[in-house]
Design a protein around this ligand. Structure first.
Ligand SMILES: Cc1cc2nc3c(=O)[nH]c(=O)nc-3n(C[C@H](O)[C@H](O)[C@H](O)COP(=O)(O)O)c2cc1C
Length: 219
């Protein structure tokens, strides 16, 4: 698929699977996932992450990606169900073939921990933090496109329970990192599942609704 087609055809697919009929394992193999990551890892980044983030994974890029295969998705599904999770996330884990937990790496001292509400400030709005998020987002979008090209249906989710402490602990994700998105990779033809579109998919408008030409005037 060429880049233009991939950009224009990427859409969010929220696949709500059936707990009793989880998706089959490895329709697309792990080498393909690493290939997707290799491509997406070429995303631009402005500042290296702080050294505190380079203990277990050594790269200076301001993002990390934690990969769950189909079996791990189903194990996580059971863990959430066992703790009484009533969201749609277990159903999505039932349908997923892979889950990619993408985090960004705030500078130390600028991060105040897990937020309790959407309005809570979780980190300082420094220029460096903004650019860490921007770089990690470029990585996440690249992941979506590379995964589309490899034949997955994709969904970038804020995570719900997947951004919380029990899941971070279970997956060994450091608490110095913040979830940028839980990226679900679903089979292209999901079975036993309901498929939902992104809520804002048709609300973008045309480029002229969010762009305009500029020329400087004396002020
Ligand atoms: C940072 C980010 C977080 C998102 N989180 C959610 C989410 O938690 N729930 C959801 O339904 N969609 C989520 N989405 C997907 C949007 O709903 C979707 O992109 C939007 O509706 C436009 O649809 P499209 O991607 O098909 O063009 C998220 C997208 C981004 C970029």
């Amino acid at each position: 698929m060429n880049v233009k087609k991939c950009l224009e055809e990427r859409r969010t697919y929220k696949i709500i699977g059936t707990i009793a009929y989880p998706t089959e394992e490895a329709l697309i193999d792990k080498d393909t996932i690493d290939d997707i990551l290799k491509s997406a890892g070429n995303a631009p980044f402005h500042y290296p992450c702080d050294r505190v983030h380079m203990d277990t994974l050594s790269s200076p890029v301001p993002w990390r990606c934690y990969k769950l295969d189909t079996v791990a998705c189903h194990e996580l599904m059971h863990m959430l169900l066992d703790t009484g999770d009533a969201t749609k996330v277990p159903n999505m884990l039932a349908a997923a073939q892979y889950l990619l937990q993408v985090t960004w790496l705030p500078d130390p001292g600028t991060f105040s921990g897990e937020s309790q509400s959407k309005e809570d400030p979780m980190f300082s709005g420094t220029l460096r933090n903004m650019e860490h998020i921007a770089a990690a987002s470029a990585f996440a979008q690249s992941l979506l496109l590379a995964a589309e090209e490899a034949g997955f249906k994709t969904y970038w989710s804020s995570g719900g329970p997947l951004r919380k402490k029990p899941v971070f602990d279970a997956l060994g994700i450091p608490h110095t990192e913040l979830l940028l998105g839980s990226i679900f990779l679903f089979p292209n033809e999901p079975k036993h599942a309901e498929i939902k579109s992104g809520n804002l998919a048709d609300k973008r408008g045309a480029p002229n609704d969010w762009s305009r030409w500029c020329a400087p005037t004396k002020v």
